[in-house]
Design a protein around this ligand. Sequence first.
Ligand code: KIV
Length: 268
Amino acid sequence: MTKHKKITTHVLQEMKESGERISMLTGYDFTLAKIIDQAGIDVILVGDSASNVMAGHITTLPITLDQMIYHASSVVRAVERALIVVDLPFGSYQGNSKTALESTIRIMKESGAHAVKLEGGKEVKDSIERILSAGVPVMGHLGLTPQSIYKFGTYSVRAQEEVEAEKLLADALVLQEVGCFALVLEKIPAALAERVAKSLAIPVIGIGAGGGVDGQVLVLHDMLGLTKEFNPRFLRRYLNLYDEITGAVQHYIEDVKSRDFPTENEQY
Ligand code: KIV
């Protein structure tokens, strides 16, 4: 854990400059957000991956602004130290900077979070500028951008070809220039991610982007092993909670059926 009592965008910038890696995890609810904040995580992303892991949708597209605000406000109530970044959901910012600002203002006012994240490069520049003009910090997101899944067709590694790699680097520079405080790079070759991190002054946080970037992010439910089917190469599972919970629930069922639970000490 770092010496910092409270993580701000400025602290993240200092971490980049001093070479201290930034730790980031997703969080969607009060109980788990409290645990990961107390454990010392630097950034909690209220990701639109809530659409998958919390609601069971196959993409991130269906989650609504109201649902993101519900998740974000639950996380905010739990957190004392981490910086809380909230994903602008699909349809709440693309193509119209006024809508982007209105969505952001709702998130900031109704949840109490600290920053927003959105997907895309120069095509979302106007939206980012407008959000920044209201004083809200913005995190960018390039590489695999799940809100564009139907454009790309697969969740495979992005920017493996020279043309796409150069476009990604150019977009990263635009995001920095316009004023993003940090950038997420998802599922791109490690060498390209390192090149981007070295070319930018702002922190670059990777998921499936290798170790040459300034920090790492994982989806909490995946790294805890609560999910089973999702097994990309970049995912390190620190626990196998799916099997642990299954065992605990089966044990409880047995205890109820056999009348072992409750005992005299567990009743009034
Ligand atoms: O929604 C999310 O969980 C994300 C991370 C994968 C970066 O955007």
